[in-house]
Design a protein around this ligand. Structure first.
Ligand SMILES: [Zn+2]
Length: 470
């Protein structure tokens, strides 16, 4: 049977756009202050979940509400289950929109709204893909299930709850990232290195009363501040600061205030996925401080921080550097730095490690660091589906059929929704070369891309789950 998938989509285009507009008009921003038992994450996200479940019920899919946090729509027959993982929650709209962020307005070949590309547009594309395959009336050898989450943008309580109680799909894809296919994602470990020991009040040297930089593990901090007490004359340190900042090409300020020396540093923020894209203000300031004649407790912390992390985002000095062909280098972002006289020093790290990295061994290396204890260790394991897997090959073939472009397999340092599936990849719906406007003002999706994605998903579902007669 030869099916023209794009024709099937074009025939349903008006309905698809109408249903998507209604979906986009639901303000499904998490609101826990507005939570009830029926709507644990607020009325908006629950309304969006109900909208998809009732749309599916009307079209003959079997709906299920999973604890008001997630749900699914199922059809097909067979032992195996194909999962399509989507989410209906959106991030707050923010300011500066030129259209109604919850209007779903169509202009210039685009549909605009918060959630248009992340993830309501792709969700509706996948939904219509299921509907098309169902309406073809061909025999199935698998079941197909759209799994609908409501907490992807925050804490993933939706998928946590869902997979505690429901079946894990044999294979699946999440239309919540980029085309062609993301088949490998690094592991992501957040943790704090906490300085041991206490300060000696009698010891000589410059004292750091307070030092702080960064608020999030996964961001390169662009601001750092330290307050120093010193007995001696400060002018030579102010001069030295000028030399240091000039040599390093970093901006900062150094001045006396209420008898204390205040030092600030301004770097460049970026996502912690690639720390080298930013300029870590905290590390520059730590490196500068490490060169002063500090009191021993301070000298230990700033020396350690500068030696192990300044201009080393690959964990070389820490002894954990690693690289593989699938996901590339292990990276370490120093997202939070703190020092105070009372509590000593802390270093908050976001470590992204390749899929073949042995975390057990890595953890031993970290535990053996002298003078520091590990706290708040939070590890999300790497995610990887083999490039030789039939499932991946089928998606590649379908993508190439529909676009005429090579379906390159991508690996990333970030985490996508697909990692909550055991065998799952991220598959669309942002096409290569398109600007990524998720979470930004005037978020949109090209209508052309919406339709193309629908055709890709429909053919993919068909080839993965239907009896193919030749
Ligand atoms: Zn998303």
């Amino acid at each position: 049977m030869t099916i023209n998938w794009m024709n099937e989509v074009e025939n349903r285009k008006d309905d698809l756009l109408k249903d998507l507009q209604k979906f986009l008009q639901i303000k499904s921003v998490m609101d826990e202050e507005d939570a009830t038992e029926e709507a644990p994450l607020g009325k908006g996200v629950k309304e969006a979940l109900d909208y998809m479940l009732s749309l599916g019920e009307k079209d003959g899919f079997t709906p299920k509400n999973a604890g008001n946090l997630a749900g699914h729509l199922e059809f097909g027959e067979g032992e195996d289950l194909l999962g399509i993982l989507c989410h209906v929650d959106v991030v707050p709209e923010g300011d500066g929109w030129s259209v109604d962020p919850f209007g779903g307005e169509i202009k210039d070949g685009k549909i605009f709204a918060r959630g248009a590309i992340d993830d309501k547009g792709p969700t509706m594309a996948a939904y219509y893909a299921m509907k098309i395959v169902k309406e073809l009336g061909v025999p199935f050898n698998k079941r197909i299930r759209m799994i609908i989450g409501t907490d992807e943008e925050s804490d993933w309580r939706c998928v946590d709850h869902y997979f505690e109680n429901e079946e894990m799909p044999t294979m699946g894809f999440a239309p919540d990232a980029d085309f062609p296919i993301i088949y490998a994602e690094k592991g992501i470990a957040d943790y704090d290195l906490v300085q041991e020991g206490t300060r000696d009040a009698e010891a000589e040297g410059i004292r750091v009363k307070h030092f702080e930089s960064g608020r999030r593990y996964n961001m390169v901090p662009d601001h750092a501040k330290a307050v120093l007490r010193m007995e001696e004359d400060h002018t030579k340190w102010v001069q030295y600061f000028d030399t240091f900042t000039k040599e390093e090409g970093i901006k900062g300020d150094c001045f006396m205030e209420n008898g204390e020396l205040v030092i600030t540093m301004e770097g460049v923020s970026s996502h912690g996925m690639e720390p080298d894209n930013g300029k870590n203000a905290g590390l520059y300031l730590a490196a500068f401080l490490s060169k002063l004649p500090l009191a021993p407790y301070e000298a230990e912390y700033f020396g350690f921080t500068a030696d192990h992390f300044f201009k080393d985002s690959r964990g070389v000095q820490l002894g954990v550097s690693f690289t593989d062909d699938i996901t590339g280098d292990l990276t370490i972002n120093v997202g939070k730095l703190r020092f105070s006289e009372e509590d000593g020093g802390r270093i908050g790290l976001n470590m992204r490690y390749p899929v073949t990295f042995d975390m057990e061994k890595g953890r031993k290396i970290l535990d053996a660091i002298e003078g520091y204890t590990i706290e708040n260790f939070d590890d999300s394991e790497p995610h990887h589906v083999s490039a030789d897997d039939d499932f991946v090959r089928t998606l590649q073939k379908v993508y190439e059929d529909q676009t005429g472009e090579e379906a390159e397999l991508l690996s990333i340092g970030g985490g996508t929704y697909a990692r909550s599936l055991e065998t799952g990849v991220a598959f669309g719906a942002l096409f290569p070369g398109r600007e990524d406007i998720a979470h930004q003002k005037d978020e949109y999706m090209y209508i052309e891309d919406l339709l193309k994605a629908t055709a890709i998903y429909a053919q993919a579902i068909y080839e993965l789950t239907c009896e193919q007669s030749s």
